[in-house]
Design a protein around this ligand. Structure first.
Ligand SMILES: *Cc1c(COP(=O)(O)O)cnc(C)c1O
Length: 356
């Protein structure tokens, strides 16, 4: 993949005891303990894990509609963001494009790595936030960007991006930049996944995670889906054993048909509650605007966001303060909760005094 940093193209990374393909029944090659720890009841944790657990990788690839070698497992999609920046951007030279208001980790990873951050803000239109695809392409070309981070559905903006625009952007940036589509919330959206575009347009990568719709944020399992050559490079840049065995076992069970069925019901409930919460909030005089959302949260502008935040906190309801983001000085981000949690939230906001 010619978008990878030139100095890393022949890079082999760390060769762990688990990277060589050998077989045996007495394993004395990795300095592991020959006896299990007494706390490890099942005795499964004595040895280092597979770097890319094959059954989990296959199960995720099946769910997401890609080949197993197009998928790199990692510690949440956050690790994927970091690996992409490190593998593609030369510190002090290359850049990434982000579209604020957006997820903060793109900028954090870029800055930690010494990559420049080019901002092309979303436009706050009548139908919600919109991505200016032409401006993104121009900024990427002019600024020498190696990565474009799109978030679809956007966090905190809530908007889903049209797949044909994503593909057209990738065509335009072919051989120049990788278009990364962060789909942390795509399960809550009507639009399909950009994974299907990768076959035609190998300069697209997709981030998926089990943290949101799959309700496994603490397990820290996510993935990068990309061209198989790029996935191989990213793996060489990754820590040797990224996935703890208890986490990968749990993740595999979470993708079984039975668990997936329950997950789909939960997603349907969230989507229903999202609509109910949005229309209820929009009628309150304390609320200025509720943005359309394809995710599991609502971005809401308040007449007095400070008072709303404080009143909710006093009653033990914690929402996300968005006021530090440019253009969101009156906004809070509210995750869709259970029906009773949502009712409690609405009642509290409805009871707030508003200055005339
Ligand atoms: C929550 C979130 C993530 C982080 O996902 P992990 O898999 O838990 O690391 C990534 N991207 C966006 C946009 C998110 O909101």
């Amino acid at each position: 993949m010619d978008l990878v940093r030139e100095d890393l193209r022949g890079f082999a990374g760390y060769r762990s005891a688990r990277s060589s393909k050998v077989d045996g029944d007495v394993w004395l090659n990795a300095n592991e303990s020959p006896w299990p720890n007494p706390a490890d009841d099942a005795g499964r944790l004595r040895r280092y894990p597979e770097p890319q657990p094959a059954t989990l990788r296959a199960a995720m690839a099946l769910r997401y509609g890609c080949d197993a070698d197009q998928l790199l497992l990692g510690r949440g999609s956050d690790e994927g963001i970091d690996l992409l920046v490190r593998a593609l951007c030369r510190p002090g030279a290359d850049a990434v494009v982000v579209t604020p208001p957006t997820f903060g980790m793109y900028e954090v990873c870029a800055r930690l790595h010494g990559a420049r951050v080019l901002e092309v803000p979303l436009v706050d239109g009548d139908g919600g936030f919109e991505c200016e695809f032409d401006a993104v392409a121009e900024a990427a070309v002019a600024g020498g960007a190696k990565l474009v981070f799109l978030c679809s559905p956007g966090n905190p903006a809530g908007n889903a991006l049209p797949l044909e625009r994503i593909e057209a952007l990738a065509v335009r940036l072919q051989a120049r930049a990788l278009v990364v589509v962060d789909e942390a919330y795509v399960e809550f959206a009507e639009a399909g996944s950009a994974v299907a575009l990768i076959g035609r347009q190998p300069n697209i990568a997709v981030l998926r995670t089990l943290s949101k719709a799959h309700a496994l944020a603490a397990a820290r399992v996510g993935c990068v889906i990309a061209d198989a050559g790029l996935v191989a490079v990213l793996q060489r840049c990754q820590a040797p054993y990224p996935l703890p065995v208890p986490c990968s076992d749990l993740a595999r069970r979470a993708l079984d048909d039975a668990a997936w069925w329950v997950t789909r019901e939960r997603i349907a409930t969230v989507i229903g509650e999202r609509a109910r919460l949005a229309s209820t909030l929009a009628k309150l005089r304390q609320v200025r605007r509720v943005y359309p959302s394809s995710a599991n949260f609502l971005l809401v502008r308040f007449v007095d966001a400070q008072v709303a935040l404080e009143q909710l906190l006093q009653s033990g309801i914690v929402v996300r303060d968005m006021r530090a983001h440019a253009g969101l000085a009156d906004a809070l981000r509210i995750t869709v909760g259970t029906p009773s949690q949502n009712n409690r939230l609405v009642d509290l906001i409805a009871a707030m005094e508003v200055a005339a």
